[in-house]
Design a binder for this molecule. Structure first.
Ligand code: MOS
Length: 679
């Protein structure tokens, strides 16, 4: 076709690396990563097999529709349940398994017993902004790529590996990212394809994925959980067994920690937890919003609810009876754990004490009302990270670090942190992120950016402060001549003595005296790995649902999420994170599901008309509470990070509310009205 520049396939492309290692990235699972346009083997339906590049996007799309591909047919397996029934399941993964005490006899002797199976379907991330990459041909052996990603350095290293280029010849930028939820943690195929075409054509190339193509990338794996809980008459847990089977691809073993959460939350001497995988002819699943925690805590918290009814104990009371002050997997205490306070403040705000424990006991007109609750827990992680801080004599501050801002307000957070430390107003702080040439930083993910990059900025600003104090001390007749670092604060462009604020020096004067107009420091921060404490964030989630008795329509009318996550640097931004995550939890509970057509092994839910997410009409009152939690162990900022904690437990709280409203326990998500009305 006129306007078509080239059609790339595995038979017609520039040279690509041949070893598995060159295709790995920061968060690669074990196995052998997918290689776009590498060879003739088809690994999953939706795999890109040809790339049409044209002068215009419309021409490229039309030309791509004319491409005919001949396939040799081979049998495929995409049916998770069928494979499971055939016993095509891996052995328990020792890294994600725990056994303590004697769980089997403890279960059979328990006064109260619960056994149930819960399931979650495939879910797709669906950020508003689809994936896209613009590879800019620089003509001098360098390539610059604007990519949608959570990790520009992760992508730079990947491109360097796949195309055999030195890392300093590759620059990846993602200054603004329109959401990702984990889908942009690993490099996606638009990136190597754009680079491949740019290298071959010696000109700049942009690739933009359609919404349909967004369903050919990673996704949250479908998973099935078998739980068996035994309790004594007083509600104390006697035995906790939790087995999960999750799907993965044929070529990579992707899994996260689905099962160990109960050991972090509930005291129980006898436990057996394990996870297994089923391999399917699909693309590899990937991290999606609180990966492992969101999936694992849904069945744990529903089973605890079922146990509460069986033992005739209030669900919140049952959590308190079994409250654990230590991490029973690592056998160590927490650096901080204000979960009791989350339960108390959340329950009070929600009005939990007014709940009639009887299912189907509360109604309003045609609607049954249900109140449910659940616990949330997420890892408080920190990764090694670096940042640069610079202060100029006119009082402006520049901060730089390579990590991305995928939407949680990282630019604002980092500006606030630096401004507070160096005593300049927020407007005077410029933050540079999302550029692989900036100081080394991890992908933005895991709710660890504030703890990781924030700690690095803290260290860099501290180094700048030290330099400035040194200059101030050396000034002739300095009022701070003998001041030590801990004696002073930086505020309003000045260095002030804590004991006597009249003993102060203008930062600008100190710099002038030292004959410099810029102080710049780069610093790194490492996680505290002394192993003395476990670190988690916690939440107590309360939900109210109203269910139309005749139609089965469920509305989530009220949610309260009380979170303990260490120091909250910016309550407005942090609470936005929890709101968004709770909305994600409503989607998980009631809407989201990707359906597979097993004849073709293809995800057939591949647009936003079929793949449902909560919209405004589905989201009512959401209250976010931050419980005060002081943590001096975790990092100098006392920060644990928020975001993903907001989704963990939310689906369970809603499912438990639906049971309380209707007396019907739906154990496979999403809870749609057909499941609710089925006998
Ligand atoms: Mo998150 S799933 O680490 O983007």
């Amino acid at each position: 076709m006129e306007g078509v520049l080239d059609v790339f396939t595995h038979e017609h492309r520039p040279k690509l690396a041949s070893s598995h290692k060159k295709y790995t990235d920061e968060i690669v699972p074990s196995g052998s990563p997918f290689r776009p346009l590498y060879d003739a083997e088809i690994l999953f339906n939706g795999q890109p097999v040809a790339l049409v590049v044209a002068e215009e996007f419309e021409i490229a799309r039309f030309a791509a529709s004319l491409v005919r591909v001949d396939y040799e047919r081979q049998a495929h397996v995409t049916d998770f349940d069928a494979q499971r029934q055939r016993g095509a399941v891996s052995k328990r993964d020792p890294a994600h398994s725990t056994k303590r005490g004697k769980p089997a006899p403890a279960f059979s002797q328990a006064a109260v017993q619960i056994k149930a199976e819960y399931r979650m379907p495939v879910e797709h991330h669906n950020p508003m902004e689809p994936f896209a990459a613009t590879a800019m041909w620089e003509g001098d052996g360098r390539i610059t790529v604007f990519d949608k990603t959570q990790g520009p350095q992760n992508c730079r290293n990947y491109v360097a590996g796949v195309f055999g280029m030195p890392r300093d010849k590759v620059r990846v930028l993602c200054p603004y990212v329109g959401g990702a939820f984990g889908s942009g943690l690993r490099p996606q195929y638009e990136l190597p394809l754009a680079v491949l075409a740019a290298l071959a054509l010696k000109r700049s190339v942009r690739i933009t994925l359609t919404r349909q193509q967004m369903f050919t990338l990673g996704y949250r794996a479908a998973n099935v959980h078998e739980l068996a809980l035994g309790a004594n008459g007083d509600g104390s847990l006697a035995s906790f067994r939790h087995d999960v089977i999750a799907m993965t691809s044929q070529f990579e073993d992707f899994q996260r920690d689905f099962v160990n959460w109960s050991s972090l939350l509930y005291r129980c001497a006898n436990a057996e937890l394990g996870q297994r995988l089923v391999k399917l002819d699909q693309n590899t699943p990937c991290d999606m919003r609180a990966p492992g925690g969101a999936e694992g805590m849904y069945p744990i918290e529903c089973a605890m609810d079922e146990l509460a009814y069986a033992a005739n104990i209030d669900p919140l009371e049952l959590r308190l009876i079994n409250y654990s002050d230590k991490d029973q997997v690592q056998d160590r205490p927490y650096s901080s754990k204000q979960l009791r306070e989350c339960y108390r403040q959340g329950a009070e705000k929600f009005g939990w004490s007014k709940r009639n424990p009887q299912p189907r006991s509360m109604r309003e007109g045609n609607e049954l009302i249900g109140w449910g609750m659940a616990t949330g827990i997420w890892e408080a992680m920190q990764m090694p990270a670096s940042a640069k801080a610079a202060l100029t004599s006119n009082g402006s501050v520049e901060i730089a670090s390579a990590t991305a801002d995928i939407g949680p307000g990282t630019y604002t957070m980092m500006a606030q942190l630096a401004g507070e430390m160096l005593g300049v107003p927020l407007d005077n702080v410029t933050v540079k992120l999302g550029d692989s040439t900036l100081p080394d930083a991890p992908v933005e993910g895991g709710s660890f950016t504030t703890s990781s990059v924030g700690s690095a900025i803290h260290a860099a600003c501290r180094a700048v402060q030290q330099e400035l104090l040194g200059l101030a001390r050396k000034m002739p007749g300095s009022p701070l001549a003998r001041a030590k670092f801990d004696d002073v604060v930086f505020a309003e462009g000045k260095i002030q003595h804590k004991d006597d604020e009249r003993r102060e020096v203008l930062v600008a004067d100190a710099m002038r005296a030292g004959k410099i107009d810029r102080v710049e420091r780069e610093a790194s921060a490492q996680p505290n790995e002394d192993g003395k404490y476990s670190h988690s964030t916690h939440a107590a989630v309360f939900a109210e649902v109203k269910v139309d008795e005749q139609l089965g329509v469920i509305r989530v009318t009220r949610m309260v999420n009380a979170v303990a996550a260490g120091r909250i640097l910016n309550p407005k931004i942090a609470s936005s994170q929890i709101l968004g995550a709770v909305v994600g939890g409503i989607g998980m509970a009631l809407h989201e599901e990707t359906v597979t057509d097993h004849r073709f092994g293809r995800f057939m839910t591949h647009n936003l008309a079929d793949y449902h997410v909560p919209v405004n009409a589905d989201v009512h009152a959401i209250d976010v509470i931050f419980v005060e939690e002081k943590d001096d162990e975790i990092n100098p900022l006392g920060v644990k990070g928020v975001g993903e904690i907001g989704i963990v437990g939310t689906a369970a709280a809603i499912a438990n509310a639906v049971y309380h409203a209707t007396g019907k326990r739906v154990r496979d998500l999403p809870i749609t009205l057909d499941k609710l009305m089925r006998d």
